[in-house]
Design a protein around this ligand. Structure first.
Ligand code: ASP
Length: 324
């Protein structure tokens, strides 16, 4: 396991803090081409699609959006978009956000019903409005206005799973008695010219209390991107991770001189420092700096993040470092 040498890191932080803020972007820009990094098995198709979009002239934002669409469109991924498992009332509610590291602006939707591509709706919140996040009924009406077509998001399989859950008299709920089913797609990328984007899309926790908003659509939690430094995203127990503002914390740690890997591990260690019980938390994070260097870490072996990396035409599926 790769661990942070705190003394070295703190020294590096002290030495590079001034540099990180004052250095012009060009001096830290990547020169090695595009890199895409995504969570879980669905990340591979997402990265490959993103690389195609960028190659065919799309922007980095287009690439991340279209990459994430591949997971949202896939009915077999039960934690994102179409086929995502529903809330306790049997309704699929989707959360997503996309953040542009150049403009330092994001677009997000929370608790969006009936539209399978929340990342694309979030993208239009970014491009067409002065707002950052739209939720619930307002997000629904915005999506309609933007020309998205509402549809049933339950598949026969997800409906069957919900009916089974509902019929089980001992079924777990989120009234302080958690269940787990989550595998959000979180994605970060660079175009190789110092531009950074972060995106995240999820149906959230299966059987969640209606209206629950996780970390994924919250700027600084599920996504964060800053061209001057890098980008990060998160997956896992969003109710826990929201309280640690995971993605912005990681990017700020990188700004102070940490590598993406050090910054990911530092964040998870911070969670344990505040509460040792977090050693068993379902929490995993990914990060990339603006030179295309990457990091990925999971808190513990029971929630071991596998991630996809696309670099120089090579698509790989790898295992993250786990802390406990
Ligand atoms: N973080 C997501 C949420 O809590 C779930 C996940 O990452 O799988 O909504």
């Amino acid at each position: 396991m790769h661990t942070i040498n705190r003394r070295t890191f703190v020294k590096a932080v002290a030495g590079t803090a001034a540099l990180a803020v004052s250095e012009p972007r060009a001096a830290t820009a990547a020169s090695s081409g595009a890199v895409f990094l995504s969570t879980w098995v669905q990340g591979k198709a997402a990265n490959e699609r993103a690389a195609e979009v960028l190659k065919s002239g799309g922007t980095l934002l287009d690439a991340i959006e279209k990459g994430i669409n591949t997971a949202e469109d896939d009915p077999n991924i039960t934690s994102v978009g179409y086929g995502g498992l529903p809330n306790a009332e049997g309704e699929v509610e989707l959360d997503a956000a996309i953040m542009d590291g150049t403009r330092h602006r994001a677009g997000a939707v929370a608790s969006l019903r009936k539209f399978k591509n929340p990342i694309s709706v979030g993208r239009l919140v970014l491009e067409k409005t002065r707002h950052t996040t739209l939720a619930g009924d307002g997000a629904f009406r915005f999506a309609l206005q933007m020309g998205f077509r509402p549809q049933q998001l339950l598949t026969p399989e997800s409906l069957k799973k919900w009916l089974e859950w509902k019929a089980d008299p001992k079924h777990q709920t989120f009234w302080l008695n958690p269940t787990d089913n989550h595998d959000t797609i979180g994605m970060v990328g660079t175009d190789g010219k110092g531009h950074m984007v972060s995106g995240c899309s999820t149906s959230g926790l299966a059987w969640k209390i209606p209206g629950r908003v996780g970390d994924s659509p919250l700027v600084g939690c599920g996504v964060y991107a800053d061209d001057n430094v890098g980008a990060a995203s998160a997956t896992g127990d969003g109710d826990l991770m929201t309280n640690y503002c995971t993605s912005v914390s990681i990017v700020h740690t990188m700004a102070r001189g940490a590598s993406p890997q050090e910054a990911c591990e530092e964040l998870l260690q911070q969670m344990v420092k505040t509460d040792p019980a977090n050693r068993s938390a379902e929490a995993a994070v990914i990060a990339m700096n603006n030179r295309g260097e990457i990091g990925a870490a999971s808190m513990q072996k029971g929630f071991h993040l596998k991630y996809a990396l696309w670099r120089e035409g090579q698509s790989q599926f790898l295992e993250s470092v786990k802390l406990y």
